[in-house]
Design a protein around this ligand. Sequence first.
Ligand SMILES: Nc1ncnc2c1ncn2[C@@H]1O[C@H](COP(=O)(O)OP(=O)(O)OP(=O)(O)O)[C@@H](O)[C@H]1O
Ligand SMILES: [Mg+2]
Length: 209
Amino acid sequence: MRNIMVINPKGGSGKTTLATNLAAYYATEGKDVVLADFDPQGSAMDWLELRDPERPPIRGIRAWEEGLKSVGRPDFVIMDAPAGARGPELTELLRRAETVLVPVLPSPVDMKAGVRFIAELRDHPRSGKIKPALVANRVRDYTRISGELYRFLETQRIPFVAGLRDTQNYVRAYSRGLGVWELAPYMAYPDWEQWDPLILWLESRRSRP
Ligand SMILES: Nc1ncnc2c1ncn2[C@@H]1O[C@H](COP(=O)(O)OP(=O)(O)OP(=O)(O)O)[C@@H](O)[C@H]1O
Ligand SMILES: [Mg+2]
């Protein structure tokens, strides 16, 4: 069983987008997947409700209410963390995670918040028990701020494993309960390619404590 948490206290950085797409990826690979929503806003559960029952199944857990007690032993537990998790709440979340993905947006506010969160992760009592990685999200090629985000992420002591572009494909996929994997290739192929290094990292020993 793999436990993968998507977390960043900064709101709107792409946690739910990463978590739902990752759950859809492993489901389309035939894996037994639980999507655990730790955010009382329930955006990951809203996405799951939009999913066609004919699609490869994903089991949803309202983890903000019930924790992970009914999870059992699936192949993957993908956890979507709420914005603002700090202190004891952060510790409680990290206690459940082995692999931790941190999406960061190309904006000065998000990068400043990123610096603080990366330091918090590094100094956290759980730091020896988790393998974190950084993901650039909503990257727009050839913009100065996206270049700055790449330079910033490359110089952190946490591995920087993938950059995902800013595209309506994620909005489209969300509104249909899909991952970008389940969109037409002519439309979403560039996104599949961008996910490759992240999937490879998740398959490697380096993503496991
Ligand atoms: N790569 C992307 N391209 C385009 N839109 C994106 C991308 N990633 C996220 N979004 C959009 O940005 C918004 C915020 O994303 P998301 O809900 O995944 O962030 P979040 O970190 O889960 O937010 P919260 O902190 O509120 O839980 C959503 O409308 C989502 O569709
Ligand atoms: Mg969210």
